[in-house]
Design a protein around this ligand. Structure first.
Ligand code: 2AM
Length: 185
């Protein structure tokens, strides 16, 4: 199965993020329900490795934390934007969580890309990178009243590729602070 690990967002934040969408020809906007903050992408993983992984992930405990949205941005750069996202203010607990998740993934023998964790929430992917068409998205400011994101758990998701796009199904959630309450989704 194809897996990834992410932080889920509450509906009010998904709705607020949805309001940042603009009309860009050829843009594929992430469906509102599936907007998430990726901690690690695992790719194809067999059942026994997935079982090992859930064991490793269940040992991760740390205090919950709050994230604030910083502003819009894109990968790889503003001249050829391919991925449009919203970024987060630096939060050491988020980096610590991503590092611990990555260590758990590597401990299960699942290879990881080497680039450093760069916290972002993907909102759109562009087939035809266009700096001009993406400009109005990138010029949007995040207003001070934008709700913060409280993080108490992270989730192992399955991603099924279908002709209509990827379908995400939560497999197991992992509470950050409290031991022994991890739940099957
Ligand atoms: P991102 O776009 O938010 O960075 C689930 O597929 C998530 O895994 C995607 O939202 C994407 O996160 C991340 N991901 C990283 N590498 C990927 C890859 N090679 N294929 C698909 N998704 C990948």
């Amino acid at each position: 199965m194809r897996l990834f690990i992410a932080i889920e967002l509450p509906d009010d934040i998904k709705k607020a993020l949805g309001r940042l969408r603009i009309d860009i020809p050829g843009a594929r906007w992430v469906v509102l329900e599936q907007i998430h903050l990726t901690l690690a992408f695992l790719g194809e993983v067999d059942e026994s490795t997935a079982a090992l992984l859930t064991g490793e992930l269940s040992h991760i405990h740390m205090p919950g934390f709050k994230l604030r949205f910083s502003g819009t941005g894109c990968f790889p750069d503003r001249r050829r934007p391919r991925v449009l996202w919203i970024g987060l203010e630096p939060e050491p607990f988020l980096n610590a969580l991503a590092a611990r998740v990555q260590a758990a993934v590597l401990a299960c023998g699942i290879p990881q890309e080497e680039h450093p964790f760069s916290p972002h929430i993907t909102l759109a992917r562009l087939k035809l990178p266009s700096a001009r068409e993406s400009g109005p998205f990138l010029e949007q400011q995040i207003n001070r009243n934008f709700p913060p994101l409280s993080v108490h758990e992270f989730i192992l998701f399955q991603s099924k590729l279908t002709p209509q796009g990827a379908l995400h199904t939560p497999i197991q959630s992992f509470s950050l602070a409290v031991a022994g309450v991890n739940g099957q989704c």
